[in-house]
Design a protein around this ligand. Structure first.
Ligand SMILES: Cc1cc2nc3c(=O)[nH]c(=O)nc-3n(C[C@H](O)[C@H](O)[C@H](O)COP(=O)(O)OP(=O)(O)OC[C@H]3O[C@@H](n4cnc5c(N)ncnc54)[C@H](O)[C@@H]3O)c2cc1C
Length: 224
């Protein structure tokens, strides 16, 4: 737990429904770490462009990666700054009216300076961080990345300078007059669930003797 706050900053003051805003670093980090992917925004060929992509956080640095030819990544590098958002979908908030109905969510917007990570050892370390961000423990189960694979991959570090979080949840908020209507209202929580894995059937996996690794068993709740 820290007392640090990351906003509001010049780009991250929540104006609409400010009662849902959070700026403390713990909330921002928790959302970034739980979100399975983020959306990076930038300008490509004069158009505001947004792309979903994976991220990995370390302290106040958010790492992004992609192909060396990724136009959006190149554009944020030349702009030297970027905005990234990430969202966790927590369910439906079904009011008696469509107007008051909404979803439960936790989301963040982070803004910061970006730079290319090109030092080889640091790049290799961050790429491992990515593998574990997607599935904790997986980095030590896969073969090491080749230098060619590393060369093909661009790694970008975004230093979080300011951030906002918005947390929407709790019961629905119908107006007083709507509350007497004979219409069902309530909250339907949602969460991400991983189902039973489907093993590959090619190569060495065709033998059927390679066991489900610890990382996947842990994901499914079967290993510590
Ligand atoms: C999954 C999802 C679905 C949504 N669907 C809708 C929808 O259908 N219609 C709609 O109007 N709104 C929707 N929202 C809310 C939306 O993200 C904005 O908060 C809202 O539209 C207000 O935008 P604004 O530019 O007027 O906000 P402002 O408050 O003026 O935005 C100013 C600053 O506040 C911060 N901010 C704004 N929104 C967020 C956020 N969600 N998370 C973190 N920081 C934020 C940013 O730093 C932003 O620069 C949705 C949010 C989520 C997570």
């Amino acid at each position: 737990m820290s007392d640090a706050v990351l906003g509001p900053g010049p780009h991250t003051r929540v104006r609409r429904l400010p009662e849902k805003a959070r700026y403390d670093e713990d909330t921002v980090n928790a959302i970034l770490d739980e979100a399975r992917y983020c959306t990076v925004a930038g300008v490509v060929d004069g158009l505001a462009m947004a792309l979903p992509t994976l991220h990995a956080r370390e302290g106040r640095t958010l790492f992004l990666h992609g192909s060396q030819s990724n136009a959006l990544m190149k554009s944020i590098l030349s702009a030297r700054r970027a905005a990234v958002s990430a969202t966790i979908y927590d369910g439906l908030r079904l009011a008696r009216s469509g107007f008051e109905s909404s979803i439960a969510y936790r989301s963040v917007v982070v803004v910061g300076a970006v730079h290319l990570v090109d030092e080889q050892a640091e790049k290799a370390r961050i790429l491992e961080l990515f593998i574990d961000a997607v599935l904790p423990g997986r980095a030590r189960e896969v073969r090491p990345m080749s230098s060619q694979e590393q060369r093909l991959t661009m790694v970008i570090a975004l230093t979080i300078e300011e951030a906002s979080a918005k947390v929407s949840g709790g019961p629905t908020e119908d107006s007083n007059e709507d509350q007497d209507l004979d219409i069902w209202s309530g909250v339907v929580p949602a969460r991400l669930v991983f189902d039973e894995p489907t093993p590959s059937r090619d190569g060495a996996m065709a033998s059927g003797t390679i066991e489900v690794p610890q990382s996947v068993r842990r994901l499914l709740g079967g290993a510590s």
